[in-house]
Design a binder for this molecule. Structure first.
Ligand code: PHE
Length: 349
């Protein structure tokens, strides 16, 4: 009897060791230890054996069963580990990889790219970028910028009032005063931002964007303004550009100028095929901004912050971002910037 037990054990041990996967192992377990298998049967029959055999057979059969139980358990652990490894290889996910970037939808608005391009040019010339409030006091928007009390821009037909002394800023120039209050000279800043005027037609929208420039130092002259704007014009519209200054008037600059850039669409006002240039209207020049030397009356408002008009000078300029973008990209209608028509937006950025 004990020989048979040894035989079963040897056979079962080999089968356990050879089981290729958990399912096969379970099959082997049922084959040798299941309810109808020989070894358990044998164990159940021990009681019927002659008393002198019971001890030895019972002990051998029990040991065999325990051994097989242990071997099956060990092999099951091994197989489960192997199967897990295989599964991990099969559906490998490398969690250290960056996630799938979302398909790039959307793009920067033409006004944003234009603003950034202009900022980059002036940063390259040594200017800092500053920003100011869009809701402004009459003091900063008009008074401290030397506007006469009768100046038409103060009127409610031109300007949005949010209170008796509060307006939506009509230009970025109020930041000239705010910046000088905060920082003594020298100062070299540009100020991009939204501005508001009660105007609405093909070339005017109630809200648009400007970039202000302000440079205050000792020995600043109109030539510095011209040189700075020439560098800007060439960086924006091409290296062959020229600029010219025409006399103009602004309350807060003296002298004041309007600045033109030489037309980049024609030669001397005539296109290559001999027509009058539609961009410069045959004049060979295109107006791009207003500028001038900071009026000493303006410095008087910030004299206590270190701006003594006897010691320092400055130039200032203000340009419309939409206008620059329209010229540069041939945008025919100002309202296209704000309609958000995808066919327009998709052409830029
Ligand atoms: N603020 C003026 C405007 O909006 C432009 C300007 C700025 C002119 C700075 C001179 C100096 O028309």
């Amino acid at each position: 009897m004990n020989d048979r037990i040894d035989e079963i054990r040897t056979e079962a041990e080999a089968a356990i060791a050879a089981a290729p996967d958990s399912a096969a192992l379970e099959h082997t377990r049922i084959q040798y230890l299941g309810r109808k298998a020989e070894l358990p049967n044998l164990l159940r029959g021990v009681a019927e054996l002659p008393p002198e055999q019971r001890g030895a057979v019972g002990k051998a059969a029990n040991q065999a069963r325990q051994t097989l139980d242990r071997l099956i358990e060990a092999r099951a652990g091994e197989l489960a580990a192997q199967e897990l490894d295989a599964k991990l290889v099969e559906d490998r996910v490398d969690v250290t990889l960056p996630g799938d970037p979302p398909p790039s939808i959307g793009r920067l608005h033409l006004l944003t790219t234009t603003r950034r391009e202009i900022e980059d040019i002036f940063i390259g010339l040594g200017f800092n970028v500053a920003e100011g409030p869009e809701i402004e006091t009459v003091y900063y928007n008009f008074d401290a910028l030397n506007h006469d009390v009768t100046h038409p821009a103060r009127g409610r037909t031109d300007t949005f009032y949010a209170g008796p002394d509060v307006v939506l800023r009509t230009h970025t120039s109020p930041m000239q005063i705010r910046a000088m209050e905060l920082q003594c000279p020298p100062i070299y800043i540009i100020v991009p931002g939204r501005v508001y005027r009660r105007d609405s037609d093909i070339t005017h929208t109630p809200q648009f964007h400007q970039i202000e420039g302000l440079a205050v130092d000792t020995d600043i002259t109109l030539a510095d303004l011209q040189g700075t704007l020439l560098a800007f014009a060439r960086a924006t519209f091409g290296e062959e550009r020229q600029v010219r200054l025409r006399p103009h008037f602004f309350p807060f600059t003296e002298p004041s100028v309007e600045v033109d850039v030489s037309c980049f669409n024609c030669k001397d006002g005539t296109t290559a095929d001999g027509r009058r240039c539609p961009l410069c209207k045959g004049t060979a020049w295109i107006e791009i901004l207003g500028a001038g030397m900071v009026d000493p009356n303006v410095f008087a408002y910030v004299r206590q912050h270190g701006y003594d008009p006897e010691r320092i000078q400055g130039f200032a300029f203000g340009m419309g971002i939409e206008r620059i973008a329209m010229l540069k990209h041939g945008v025919p209608d100002l309202r296209l910037f704000f309609d958000n028509d995808i066919r327009f937006l998709e052409q830029f950025g």
